[in-house]
Design a protein around this ligand. Sequence first.
Ligand SMILES: [Fe+2]
Ligand SMILES: [Fe+2]
Length: 267
Amino acid sequence: MKILFIGDIFGNAGRRALSERLPSLIEENGIDLCIANAENIAGGRGVTQNMFRKLRRYGVHVVTGGNHSFSIPDCDLGFMNYNEVLRPLNYPPGNVGHGSTVYTLDNGLAVGVVNLQGRIFFHESLECPFRMGNEAIEELKTITPIIIVDFHAEATSEKIAFAQFVDGNVSAVLGTHTHVQTADERILPGGTAFISDVGMTGPEDSIIGMSKEQVLKKFMLQTHVRFEPSEKSPMINAVILDIDEQTGKALSIVRVYERLGNFNESL
Ligand SMILES: [Fe+2]
Ligand SMILES: [Fe+2]
């Protein structure tokens, strides 16, 4: 089966890039399931119910999150209990939402999805992603051999360590969060596909999504500056996985880095 996994969708540029291109990308590549990290779709921070509905219309089946999953007002968080919406599993108990799910396709094929957050360079005090992730994977394995992990983390070492830890037990460990696509995609010895970071689906002409002028000002002056998402040069960063349905092992992982041109020009 073919799975398309989309890197952090950032703001309006990312959402519009998907509205224009996702249906044809799915069609051209014979995609069976589309998973997208949407932690930055709502103006750079968080995902709302309205945005989730739009993504579903474009062809996304399951949405994952990260450290920005909780960056929207409490009153808007109820939809995070939907089966198709994940936030990192290893936040303290009591938070809304959940960190793993099973999505069943129309043909009956079940796919487990797990969302974890790393602990290096984050402010949050989180449970151990290795131990919690392993528990969730063991549970999912009783239902399906096809399991995809979104490991949302800053440090490549932590993402590689987790992938090596679960190699052979899951179909793929896909890094998210840095917004910069890495070129280290590979299949580990046990059959788990891996990439340190899938990258960002958003404005390429920016500083990891935000307006470059504002971020530069912050670096230069070291004072508070309000960041706004850039709208310039939308791109799609993703990977396409081919997975053996019987064993859950990965057969291939291919990067997608597609530029759509400025919307001002293309619309
Ligand atoms: Fe992000
Ligand atoms: Fe993040």
